[in-house]
Design a protein around this ligand. Structure first.
Ligand SMILES: Cc1cc2nc3c(=O)[nH]c(=O)nc-3n(C[C@H](O)[C@H](O)[C@H](O)COP(=O)(O)OP(=O)(O)OC[C@H]3O[C@@H](n4cnc5c(N)ncnc54)[C@H](O)[C@@H]3O)c2cc1C
Length: 303
């Protein structure tokens, strides 16, 4: 029993944790690093439930391993949900194969918080790693009380927005497909100060150009501290299959302004400002990629 009359459960495996989560329902919550929860409780944004179900003693939620099938038609990396955000920035395999993830993690909170904050907790709260993971076409794996199910992160975000996501499922891991050797990636978090502040707008993207300079693949995403991240499908369509050009980037700029709908309740930045910022940030990053390849062989270097 905790000091405030709450019960702290320490399940040793996923089955036990899920059983507790589903038995106590809204009167329970899973706790990974507890950094997000603590802030919400202290601010009175959400009630502190009576049953706290710790996930940190479950061995299956840790580690980084090669994934044979990433769900995107090739291999990739499977990262345990309990992986601390700080560890995502240091793990040599992730630094090598998923550098965008480390870049996103380095923009979360401050070093001390990043030691406790987990990747799973960040995904579950649609935090700052999510735009990066969307741009990498990541998948998520959930324990549903019976088995581990996989789905694209994008699908889960859509269910979450429409309140159709299963409440007691436990995020086990995230699977990130291996980047094409010639992919260009970007991640930009716009804030009111350099560190320790929530995102006004966060954008991320992946662009793969073919040898003739046409856009073979493009993934664009945007979100913010109060705006759930999403893939910008209409903006992507402006580029796909066409040569990367300033005219194409201008179309993307307009499409992002139409497609990205920021939360009007954000107390610090108006929706018009956030839309403009997202469109400008994405256009600027695409122009950098265009400039890098202008006249050269696409994909000789990776950003
Ligand atoms: C000072 C400070 C600054 C911060 N700055 C940022 C920032 O810049 N960007 C940002 O994105 N976040 C920020 N955060 C929020 C938070 O630290 C991160 O989002 C963190 O990654 C959350 O992970 P956690 O393990 O602490 O989650 P927890 O607090 O343990 O859990 C968060 C939520 O996710 C659920 N959950 C956790 N793990 C799982 C799982 N495996 N399966 C299902 N549900 C799960 C919990 O039930 C809870 O609802 C900040 C927090 C603090 C205290």
């Amino acid at each position: 029993m905790g000091r405030n009359g709450h019960v702290v459960w320490q399940p040793a495996d996923l089955e036990e944790a899920w059983e507790l989560g589903s038995t106590y329902g809204p009167d329970a919550c899973y706790v990974s690093g507890g950094t997000w929860l603590r802030i919400q409780w202290e601010a009175g944004n959400i009630p502190r439930p009576r049953h706290l179900v710790r996930l940190d003693l479950i061995p299956g939620l840790y580690g980084v391993a090669e994934a044979q099938d990433s769900g995107a038609g090739g291999g990739g990396m499977r990262i345990g949900a309990m992986m601390p955000v700080a560890a995502c920035m240091k793990d040599p395999r992730l630094v090598q194969d998923v550098p965008l993830l480390g870049r996103a993690c380095s923009r979360i909170a401050a070093p001390a918080v990043r030691e406790f904050a987990t990747l799973g907790g960040n995904i579950a709260t649609a935090g700052d790693v999510v735009p990066a993971l969307l741009a990498l076409r990541a998948g998520v794996e959930w324990f549903d009380g019976d088995t581990v199910l996989s789905e694209p992160l994008e699908d889960w975000l859509q269910k979450r927005s429409s309140r159709q996501a299963e409440p007691h499922r436990i995020l086990v891991s995230v699977v990130v497909p291996r980047l094409a050797r010639d992919a260009d990636v970007f991640y930009v978090k716009l804030t009111r100060r350099e560190t320790f502040v929530p995102s006004v707008v966060t954008v991320a993207g992946q662009v793969v150009l073919s040898r003739d300079g046409c856009v073979q693949e493009v993934l664009l995403s945007a979100g913010g501290a109060t705006t759930p991240p999403l893939r910008l499908r209409r903006a992507e369509e402006c580029l796909c299959g066409r040569p990367l050009s300033t005219a194409g980037v201008e179309e993307v700029y307009t499409a992002v302004r139409d497609e990205f709908v920021p939360n009007p309740a954000d107390p610090f930045a108006s929706p018009a400002y956030c839309r403009e910022a997202a469109a400008n940030l994405i256009a600027a990053e695409l122009l950098k990629i265009w400039k890098k390849h202008e006249g050269g062989v696409p994909g000789e270097t990776r950003s």
